[in-house]
Design a protein around this ligand. Structure first.
Ligand code: NAG
Length: 133
């Protein structure tokens, strides 16, 4: 469980680096979070920057939920928690790889990995139930 959590943290950190590289490639200065539309037609790299930024943001939005459920679920069901955590991570990899092509529709197959959060939600409830019982 802890190895899965650690791998996930390293993956999340790698996405920051990916955004930084896409920013540099697109020439989008700080503090702009996204590229301007007017410049988009001239440079597809700006669209890829937007997509990379969104892929990172979406992963950040879910990360606190994911990591909490992984660790809580892992207390009572380490095998389930690790398996569903690994499935989420693989889903994220597919999501980010698809999204960062610059075609947002390609992120969708990886989004299915979000369903694996439900297994750790159930495992987390069971952990709490066992501690209360
Ligand atoms: C990037 O996203 C911003 C904010 O949503 C949007 O205004 C802009 O048009 C987008 N630019 C490109 C290149 O897609």
């Amino acid at each position: 469980v802890l190895a899965t959590a650690l791998t996930s943290v390293i993956y999340l950190a790698s996405l920051s680096i990916k955004v930084g590289s896409a920013r540099k490639a697109a020439g989008v200065p700080y503090p702009y979070a996204y590229a301007e539309k007017a410049e988009a037609e001239k440079d597809p790299k700006k669209n890829i920057f937007n997509c990379t930024q969104r892929a990172h943001q979406n992963t950040l939005e879910f990360f606190p939920i994911y990591i909490t459920l992984l660790l809580m679920g892992g207390i009572s069901h380490p095998i389930i928690a690790t398996s569903s955590g690994a499935a989420w991570l693989i889903g994220r990899f597919i999501y980010v790889s698809g999204y960062t092509t610059g075609q947002p529709a390609k992120r969708i197959p990886g989004a299915a990995g979000q369903l694996s959060l439900l297994a750790n939600l159930a495992a987390s409830f069971h952990t709490v139930y066992r501690l209360l019982a």
